[in-house]
Design a protein around this ligand. Structure first.
Ligand code: ZN
Length: 421
């Protein structure tokens, strides 16, 4: 296949042509850019430190808060640059950063109230990937609207109107490399009375709107007790659901919840390697897609940064639960990792190799110990992030021969993590 690129976009894709000059060949299987729909960049510092022993999502969260407390705009820039560098090496051309680490440790704003968001924007630029900054409204510590406790104070704005004021000041000079989206942290962290303000801002801006949904049964129980509705029903009643909205996790749902998400064309983003690490449960991926929800994927806590692993885990976890195979085709799993993810992040023109689309290319070697002998159509079941050899984002080579073009990613990760742990 001859792929021609100009100005960061594909101009022609021609099958069955004579071999290209050696310098421009991409040996292996070339896929569209992968989209990481759900990231908390700073959670990368917890990898290899939080997986052993007992504990729950809630005890893991205490460790996460310890790291959150140590970050400032400089250390956050270093950690996020290294984390996004790891994503680039894994073939990720675009990340959705669910960003709630806004203010100083005591909750007061920095001189630039968006200093932490600016660090993420700069980090994505240095790593060479696109960013949707999903600025997250986070106001309360419980579904009853209880005030934020100490480690959460730096996440919060005074109210949703203050969140709108701060987010409104985020203005990309060009929308080509990064964009602003909105997020409601969860029904735990944004009181019902404040939710419409966030959803209204996203609707007015035509921006993606993301929300953590029913990751834990305890969230459902608290919401039912206080609002007498499931979190999905509450979001439906508040006009949050719709095609611009993506529900993250969507693990513990009722039949009514699934129908509601499907009927409103709400997207769902699964993060299987995080969900299994935190013992969250196995979400109903197949029935959500059957109901009409588009499926995307995220690496969330970055216990693993490998979208091939996330994609096959959706199928393989469902097999373990249902004792049956064949829920998703390999092509469907790759669509979740590419076009559907870009769509969920507001980049409708990425995630496919076609004239007019953004020139993102991810080449996977077919000669590694993992992939040698694989049928290329089933590569999602055998490849890992370590098999990505070449990555092009918007027509620029970001990874060549398995190395980042400008960053020493392992060294950057080690230095950045040592500074905050
Ligand atoms: Zn998350």
């Amino acid at each position: 296949v001859l792929i021609e690129v100009d100005g960061g976009r594909f101009t022609a894709v021609t099958p069955s042509v004579a071999a290209a000059p050696d310098a421009n060949r991409l040996p292996g299987l070339t896929l569209p850019g992968l989209a990481n729909t759900h990231s908390h960049a700073f959670h990368r510092a917890l990898r290899g430190r939080t997986h052993q022993g007992l504990g729950t999502f809630w005890t893991w969260r205490e460790r996460m808060y310890e790291v959150a407390t140590r970050l400032d705009p400089d250390t956050y820039l270093a950690l996020a640059t290294a984390t996004y560098g790891e994503m680039a090496l894994a073939g990720i051309s675009c990340v959705g950063e669910f960003h709630y680490l806004h203010h100083q440790r005591d909750g007061l704003p920095y001189a630039d109230p968006n200093a932490m968001g600016a660090a993420l924007v700069e980090a994505a630029a240095q790593a060479g990937i696109r960013l949707t900054l999903l600025d997250t409204c986070y106001l309360s510590s419980g579904v009853d609207g209880a005030p934020l406790a100490a480690p959460q104070r730096r996440f919060g704005d005074a109210d949703a109107a203050a969140w709108v004021d701060r987010v409104g000041a985020l203005r990309p000079a060009s929308r080509d490399r990064w964009r602003v989206g909105a997020a409601i942290h969860s029904v735990r962290a944004v009181p019902a009375a404040e939710i419409p303000t966030v959803a209204g801002w996203a609707a007015g801006a035509g921006a993606p709107l993301h929300v953590h949904l029913s990751e834990q049964r305890a969230e459902n129980a608290a919401c039912l007790a206080y609002h007498h509705r499931t979190p999905t029903e509450l979001l439906g009643d508040l006009d949050v659901l719709g095609p611009r909205t993506t529900a993250i996790h969507a693990t513990h749902l009722t039949d009514v919840d699934r129908t509601l998400l499907g009927d409103t064309d709400t997207g769902v983003c699964f993060c299987p390697t995080t969900e299994r690490d935190l013992a969250d449960g196995i979400g109903p991926a197949r029935s959500l897609v059957d109901a009409g929800a588009a499926l995307s994927l995220g690496t969330d806590s970055h216990a693993v940064v490998d979208l091939f692993e996330e994609a096959r885990a959706v199928e393989l976890h469902t097999r373990l639960r249902d004792e049956r195979r064949g829920h998703f085709s390999a092509a469907d799993l790759l669509t979740a990792a590419t076009a559907a993810g870009h769509q969920a992040l507001g980049w409708d023109d990425a995630g496919t190799i076609a004239p007019g689309a953004r020139a993102d290319l991810v080449t996977v070697t077919l000669d590694s110990v993992r992939t040698a002998g694989s049928d290329p159509s089933a590569i999602v079941f055998t490849a890992t992030a370590a098999d990505v050899t070449q990555v092009v984002v918007d027509g620029t080579v970001v990874v060549r021969d398995g190395r980042h073009a400008s960053l020493d990613v392992p060294a950057a990760l080690r230095t950045a993590i040592e500074a905050v742990t």
